[in-house]
Ligand binder design. Structure first.
Ligand code: SF4
Ligand SMILES: [Zn+2]
Ligand SMILES: [Zn+2]
Length: 301
């Protein structure tokens, strides 16, 4: 197959766009569309610090590199959760990525800051490890993004993630989630940083190809605590549809966003937020869930 632009050997065929491209023109296409999404949704501007949580996987590393190449001021953070083998493996990849591409990445060690690693917390508490991990990562990422004065917190969510979430929300007719699902999540409090997804219209495959052709060494190891999320089933169903009818995922998500803008008017009651009495961050309770996980309220007494 030949590149539609220059006639050289194509490295990828984008069936949903009916487009075959060589390495050079694929990189150009990919970065041009990243920029288009950033502009269309007014995500952030050049000169503003942009925060990215970098896990070592293909999505977060690829988005950091694409934004840096587009001239944005990218700042990364890697949260070392202290998961045996997995955290160390990911940390090494992230440090190599940082020096290879000149992207500043802070290494944030959970145990050094709060005295316990994620597995130690899991052994002490009854909560599900992934829900604790989610709370911890969200809290640290937001707090750090706030401290560096970031205009936005970028996540590497892709079209496969967005379409699977949309399918799940639709099957439950969850109006409040449907009303909120968007490539931009505006902050609901001055201490929350806006979240944005510049890769929301790229498939996992497109991102993986970009990461490979750019020479990113990304993690292929799964966290030992991951148990095959329900979203994988939705992704599988959507992939089957995509094979039969290329462009299904993109149409499903893109047309939904138009529908949401024009017709989906749901009155969402945002929960009343107050200041956590320990850390001062916004929360619905007296002590936020992050401080409760680490027992910081008890240490106070
Ligand atoms: S799978 Fe691992 S990294 Fe992911 S949320 Fe669970 S504990 Fe955290
Ligand atoms: Zn070409
Ligand atoms: Zn708190």
């Amino acid at each position: 197959m030949k590149c539609k632009i220059c006639g050289e050997k194509a490295i990828i065929h984008l069936r949903q766009h009916n487009l075959a491209l060589c390495r050079k023109h694929f990189i150009e296409w990919f970065e041009k569309h990243t920029e288009k999404t950033i502009k269309k949704f007014d995500m952030f501007r050049r000169g503003e610090p942009i925060a990215i949580g970098i896990s070592g996987g293909k999505d977060s590393t690829a988005v950091a590199l694409a934004l840096k190449r587009l001239g944005y001021d990218v700042r990364g953070i890697f949260i070392d959760l202290g998961i045996p083998v997995y955290s160390e493996y990911s940390r090494n990849l992230v440090t190599n990525f940082s020096s290879k591409f000149g992207i500043p990445i802070e290494i944030y060690n959970l145990k050094e800051h709060y005295g316990e690693s994620l597995p130690e917390l899991a052994a002490r508490r009854r909560d599900k490890i992934c829900s604790m991990c989610g709370t911890i990562k969200r809290y640290i990422l937001n707090k750090w993004a706030l401290e560096i004065g970031a205009a936005a917190l970028v996540t590497g969510h892709n079209l496969d993630d967005e379409a699977a979430t949309l399918l799940s929300n639709t099957l439950r007719w969850d109006a409040s989630y449907l009303a909120k699902q968007n490539p931009v999540l505006p902050p609901t409090h001055p201490k929350f940083v806006k979240k944005v997804k510049p890769f929301a219209f790229f498939t996992e495959r497109e991102i993986a190809v970009y990461a490979i052709v750019m020479g990113i060494e990304f993690s292929k190891m799964s966290c030992p605590f991951s148990k095959g999320a329900k979203s994988l089933r939705y992704k599988h169903v959507l992939n089957e549809l995509e094979v039969q009818s290329p462009g299904t995922k993109l149409r499903f998500y893109r047309e939904f966003l138009k529908f949401q803008k024009d017709y989906l008017k749901v009155q969402i009651e945002e929960p009343k937020l107050r200041k956590c009495k320990i850390c001062g961050m916004p929360t619905t309770l007296e002590v936020c869930s992050f401080c409760r996980i680490f027992g910081l309220d008890r240490k106070e007494d």
